[in-house]
Design a protein around this ligand. Structure first.
Ligand code: S3P
Length: 433
């Protein structure tokens, strides 16, 4: 058993249909940033709709450790922050399973100055951190890290940073955000050059909080520049997480007699591209916009066709590839996904681990160095899955399990607590109608 209740091994009986309406947890990327930016803002920010997953709880604990004052009132969280009340923490900042927290908090604390030690679980402590160490060290931070300077645990020491111009070697919103948060406390101008666009929550939220930040869109690249800034408190209202909604929407598409509506999810650029891909595959989807960036999305049982997902599409649907691969297993023809090497350095190696999971269900799947080829249909049966500390593998496999005869065992199911503790309860709610 996991410490707060979800079992490590869960059995899922198949051949269900999904029906109903629900809300999913608040967007995880926006939740992390709302907490970190509130901690940096002088005064009291309020946050509604924060993700209830363990990853974001770890970020809340981290800002409290850094000196922010956090209290709950009714359905909102109040965060009092600002450089005057932040302090160097006693002990290690434990990020749990969260790559976003460790990378963003490293940039933020480097900008604040002082000495900080970060560590996480086995998954985080094996993920590549040089991608943030290189720019932060160029800015003046000193870093001592494990595995010859490659991974967490690491200790970061900074006595003031200076701005740099940094061309991103990988498409990563976490790396971009780490540098921007460091740049917020650096002298001079820090510029991040992105050839391949990634999610823009940090830029948008820092601008809203009053950061001196400028985004210049050139023909072949985006240049984001930031200067030392005084941040003001904001009232954040966080919509539902599209990456979590994707599980229920795909479940409704691939199971007969199904229709699901997920209310109020974030639909901004570079987060909702999976809907475009699913539509291309023949999905019957309806979007009712609530604002420019959010809306209710409904999905109904559909006959899906295979598709080709090209490298330039990957950053806009990076977290949805596991559940898209489940959709592909139910589409006619062969779906080809390439340019997705980054999937190998997520909470698990999502190419190898997802391919093994789908293969256990009888899916014909070929692993490529940078993606996979999945042939739909075939003779599917119940599987046996190992989630490898990866919530998205556990949740994608649960949806796959719902489509086949028999009972599938998912080992490491409790990993879903990092982003979606109510996943199993919602699964039961949608399938018991
Ligand atoms: C995230 C960025 C992406 C994504 C992760 C959340 C963020 O990671 O996969 O789940 O909030 O910035 P990368 O920056 O490593 O691509």
């Amino acid at each position: 058993m996991a410490d707060d209740g979800l079992q490590a091994v869960v059995s899922i009986a198949g051949q269900r249909s999904f029906k109903g309406e629900l809300s999913v947890p608040g967007d995880k990327s926006i939740s992390h940033r709302a907490l970190l930016i509130s901690a940096l803002s002088s005064g009291a920010s309020t946050i509604r709709g924060l993700s209830i997953g363990k990853d974001v709880q770890a970020t809340k604990a981290a800002i409290i450790q850094l000196g922010a004052k956090v209290s709950a009132r009714a359905d909102q969280l109040i965060v009092e922050g600002g450089p005057d009340i932040l302090r160097h923490p006693a002990g290690v900042i434990n990020v749990g399973n969260s790559g976003t927290l460790i990378r963003l908090a490293a940039g933020m604390t480097a900008g604040l100055g002082g000495r900080y030690t970060f560590s996480g679980d086995e998954s985080v402590n094996s993920r590549p951190m040089k991608r943030i160490f290189a720019p932060l060290m160029q800015m003046g931070a000193e870093i001592e890290a494990s595995n010859n300077g490659e991974t967490a645990p690491f200790t970061l020491h900074s006595h003031g940073l200076h701005g740099i111009r940094y061309e991103m070697p990988v498409a990563s919103a976490q790396v971009k955000s780490s540098i921007l948060l460091a740049g917020l406390g650096a002298t001079g101008i820090t510029t991040v050059v992105e050839k391949i666009p990634t999610r823009r929550h940090s830029e948008e939220m820092l601008l809203e909080a009053g950061a001196q930040l400028e985004v210049v869109q050139l023909a072949n690249q985006t240049e984001i520049s930031i200067e030392r800034s005084h941040l003001k408190p904001i009232n954040y209202d966080i919509p539902g997480d599209p990456s979590q909604a994707a599980f229920w929407l795909v479940a409704a598409l691939i199971l007969p007699d199904s229709e699901v509506t997920v209310r109020n999810i974030y639909l901004g650029d570079l987060r909702s591209d999976f809907l475009t891909v699913l539509r291309r595959m023949g999905a019957d989807l309806t979007i009712n916009y609530i604002s420019n960036n959010s809306g209710d999305v409904s999905a109904r049982s559909s006959q899906l066709n295979s598709t080709t997902i090209s490298p330039d599409e990957i950053p806009g649907l990076i977290d949805e590839i596991p559940i898209i691969s489940v959709a592909a297993a139910h589409a006619s023809g062969t779906t080809v996904i390439t340019g997705a090497t980054e999937l190998r350095v997520k909470e698990s190696d999502r190419i190898t681990v997802m391919a093994a999971a789908l293969r256990s269900f009888g899916v014909e799947i070929k692993e490529l160095p940078d993606g996979m080829e999945i042939t739909g249909g075939g003779h599917l049966r119940h599987g046996t899955v190992s989630a490898h500390l990866d919530h998205r593998i556990a949740m994608s496999s649960s949806v796959m399990a719902a489509t086949v005869e028999g009972v599938t065992e998912i080992n490491g199911f409790d990993s879903v607590e990092s982003s979606y503790p109510d996943f199993l309860a919602h699964f039961e709610q949608l399938t018991n109608h």
